[in-house]
Design a protein around this ligand. Structure first.
Ligand code: MLT
Length: 241
């Protein structure tokens, strides 16, 4: 009997995306736990209308004076042209309710750009993990979990999240694991879950953000279901599914 289960695989870093095994009928879930995907979920949860992800600062600059909020960073540091940086704590109801946002970040918005060839693109983070898993299961389609990593290399926080999401997708035997990347992510998650905040102290971007004084955002970024929305890309704009 043919296997009709949708498949799941993980890409641990952007250069691996072109070698993904999944070639058709797939949703790509873009992940950038520290901090872009967490901030996108938070912004939509707190009432932003939409987020336009753009890959470069030059493109973001074209939105100055248009009424859009500009959000973004490079190397973690808020852009001079931006109203907001990239900390989820800045995407409060007061700041974003009813607003449209243009966002550019070091890795996350580049990953979104690369993911655009997928049939659908969704955004994943711990803060939306349960609703995202339920939504993915309901779509009955293949899933590629695409970790933004850091400068084309894998990172711990996105990889651990990939394991946590795979665990939810595989729990009721609804997806087929088609790549050892899934097993590797699950193994990493099985270690990290014992004390996620402690484990992620090892992550270099955690250390980088802490040096810049952003350590207060880390526990939020590692908490489940604080921003239960499913952000999806529609016509180059991220909106709630
Ligand atoms: C990124 O896109 O690389 C990040 O989210 C970096 C950050 O702002 O922490």
């Amino acid at each position: 009997m043919p296997n009709t289960k949708p498949t799941v695989e993980v890409c641990f870093a952007p250069p691996l995306y072109e070698y993904k095994l999944t070639q058709e009928n797939y949703i790509t879930v873009v992940v950038d736990i520290l901090r872009a995907s967490t901030s996108i979920c938070t912004a939509l949860y707190n009432g932003a209308n939409k987020i336009i992800p753009v890959p470069t600062v030059d493109i973001a600059s074209t939105y100055i004076g248009t009424g859009y909020l500009i959000a973004g960073e490079r190397e973690g540091i808020k852009l001079d042209i931006a109203d907001l940086g990239n900390s989820p704590t800045q995407f409060t109801k007061e700041n974003v309710m009813g607003r449209s946002i243009v966002m550019t970040t070091t890795n996350g918005t580049q990953t979104i750009e690369m993911a655009k060839t997928a049939d659908q693109v969704a955004i994943g983070a711990f803060v939306n993990i349960s609703i995202l898993a339920e939504w993915l299961i309901a779509q009955h389609t293949n899933v590629v979990i695409f970790c933004s990593g850091w400068k084309n290399k894998m990172n711990l926080e996105d990889s651990v999240f990939a394991g946590a999401l795979c665990e939810k997708l595989l729990a009721n035997n609804e997806f087929e694991n088609i790549c050892d990347s899934v097993s590797a992510a699950l193994d990493l998650w099985s270690i990290a879950r014992r004390d996620l905040n402690h484990y992620i102290n090892k992550a270099l971007h955690n250390q980088r953000l802490t040096r810049m004084g952003f350590e207060d955002v880390i526990p939020y970024c590692l908490s489940n279901d604080l921003a239960p929305v499913v952000p999806v890309l529609k016509d180059n704009e991220i909106v709630k599914a």
